[in-house]
Design a protein around this ligand. Structure first.
Ligand code: FE
Ligand code: ZN
Length: 543
């Protein structure tokens, strides 16, 4: 807010000069210690930078302008949030099942934003170039803002729905949340150039659109104005983050020809790691949104195949090619969401959100979106589950699945090539005489790049079996000891309230009470959604 230039200055500086003074002018050469010691991580990864001054700042934003600009966005956002809360905005969502996508987002993504904040704060310290350091500083603050706005938006839902009460605690413990958590912890424990390519390029540029665009249009379409508004408020920062990632990649590649193979290997790795996190988004789009926006397959086609494809086309002049195994993701797009939701349906006893079976209308939509696979492979299974549930034999899986050592996703996917169709996709590798298990070739490749690192992964299923997931004071030798109940206690999971089927849950009962659709109303899982709010009104421009 404070204008740092004095109005009494004899000469008004040009924007460009002023910008240079307020950014590049902030750096200096160290004199008590050599520069390599002050920036001790920048040489470790083999990336060679000859001239930091060649860094082109993609956005000429000074800190004072940054604060002013962000403050404007905050004012708009909090005005909307206030109105949303005062008007009981949660009653205008399409259906209470929708809130389960928020539970997934809040426990999985919001803590990741906080890790991104930490990562960029550390990264800014490691870049000797001031242009790059300042861009990292701004992004560190952006990410902290994202955490805060998400907490403030979603806290309203926490007053009315289960499953949102312990997101930080759960993120460090609950099995499926180790997937996004390990993605960020892998990045934050990498060297500085790998970090920025992992987050700014692979995550922000290639994959964030897959989280934010479908998620936010899903929120809008399902009447959640609070989430749409924080989404747009974040999205305008994302535009800056993506530009940083792209600028960084071009800068690194222009600095030295030896950088190309290193960067390509990171892109291969981080594309695959990011893609594995997106399995959660795929089931959200295809199964969890009561009013659907687009299928996972469509989203993947638009945001990765088309947008990502043309980006890599541009980058080919630097010698970069599409990330390894991208073709495989196309074949898997026919199966990803169905297999992921199936697993959550089976393991919902240990999740912090509700599940349900798609109704007839949902299944008609799925057949239309997946004409080659849904009716043939997935509809019969859902119908079988429905019959079982009707007979009072609702199936829950009480086993602990094998997890991939790299991405930490359980081995729940099938081979998609003709030869292996239907078989579980499972790879093995050896390290120091031990056998490690992987979900895919991409994950095994990543393990092989640094086995000493990935061998240490904190795999939730293994940790449970080793007895490391019980609350303090638990006595496993007690005669009435129930290991699963002890794990849920450790997770802070309230059985029956936070998890299991939506049908019969307290969330459902409350919703029906609020909407006056209790007993006798339409079948609970039908999308007999109450008066849906008008299509999302125009949003604060995502400038
Ligand atoms: Fe963010
Ligand atoms: Zn994996």
């Amino acid at each position: 807010m404070t204008a740092t230039h004095t109005t009494a200055a004899p000469r008004k500086l040009s924007l460009k000069d002023r910008y240079a003074l307020m950014t590049r002018g902030l750096g200096w050469e160290s004199s008590y210690q050599p520069m390599e010691k002050a920036y001790d991580q920048t040489g470790l990864e083999g990336i060679k930078i000859h001239d930091w001054d060649a860094w082109q700042d993609p956005f000429r934003l000074t800190m004072d302008a940054y604060w002013k600009y962000q403050a404007e966005k905050e004012k708009k956002l909090y005005a909307v949030l206030d109105a949303f809360q005062q008007n009981n905005g949660h009653l205008n969502i399409s259906d209470a099942r929708y809130v389960n996508t928020l539970k997934l987002f809040f426990t999985g993504i919001t803590p990741a934003e906080y890790n991104a904040h930490r990562l960029f704060a550390m990264l800014g310290r490691q870049f000797p170039g001031t242009g790059a350091a300042i861009a990292c500083q701004m992004q560190a603050i952006d990410e902290l803002r994202h955490v805060q706005t998400q907490v403030h938006s979603i806290s309203h839902y926490n007053k009315y729905f289960n499953g949102l009460h312990d997101h930080r605690h759960m993120n460090d413990r609950v099995w499926y949340l180790s997937v996004p958590k390990s993605f960020f912890e892998d990045a934050i424990s990498s060297g500085p150039f790998e970090q920025i390519i992992a987050i700014s390029f692979a995550l922000e540029y290639l994959l964030t659109n897959l989280v934010f665009m479908p998620f936010m249009s899903g929120a809008a379409y399902n009447g959640d104005m609070a989430t749409v508004t924080f989404g747009f408020s974040s999205q305008s920062d994302e535009a800056r983050h993506m530009t940083l990632g792209l600028e960084c990649i071009k800068f690194v590649l222009e600095q030295d020809p030896g950088n190309l193979p290193i960067v390509q290997a990171w892109l291969d790795k981080w594309f695959w790691r990011g893609y594995k996190v997106l399995g959660l988004v795929s089931m959200m789009l295809d199964y969890m949104l009561p009013k659907k926006v687009m299928s996972w397959k469509e989203a993947w086609n638009i945001y990765f195949v088309q947008n990502g494809g043309s980006l890599f086309n541009d980058l080919s002049r630097y010698g970069l090619r599409m990330p390894k195994y991208w073709e495989q993701t196309l074949a898997e797009a026919e199966h990803l969401s169905h297999q992921t939701w199936n697993s959550f349906y089976n393991f919902s006893g240990a999740a912090a959100f509700h599940v349900w079976l798609p109704n007839e209308e949902d299944m008609a939509w799925l057949s239309e979106k997946y004409p080659d696979t849904f009716d043939r492979l997935y509809r019969p299974r859902i119908e079988f589950y429905r019959e079982q549930a009707a007979k009072g034999e609702r199936f829950y899986n009480h086993n602990l699945p094998m997890l991939c050592q790299t991405c930490q996703v359980p081995l729940i996917f099938t081979e998609t090539d003709d030869a292996g169709a239907g078989a579980t996709s499972h790879r093995e590798g050896k390290y120091l005489g031990e056998t490690y298990h992987f979900c895919s070739d991409g994950c095994r490749d990543t393990f092989d790049t640094d086995p000493a690192k990935y061998a240490q992964a904190w795999l939730p299923a293994h940790q449970i079996l080793q007895g490391n997931c019980f609350a303090p004071g638990t006595d496993p030798s007690a005669p009435d000891f129930d290991p699963m109940a002890a794990v849920f206690q450790y997770y802070h999971l309230q059985p029956g309230a936070d998890n299991l089927d939506y049908d019969g849950s307290p969330d459902q009962a409350h919703w029906q009470q609020w909407k006056g659709t209790e007993a006798g109303a339409a079948a609970p899982t039908a999308s007999a959604a109450p008066a849906t709010p008008a299509a999302p009104a125009s949003q604060p421009a995502a400038a």
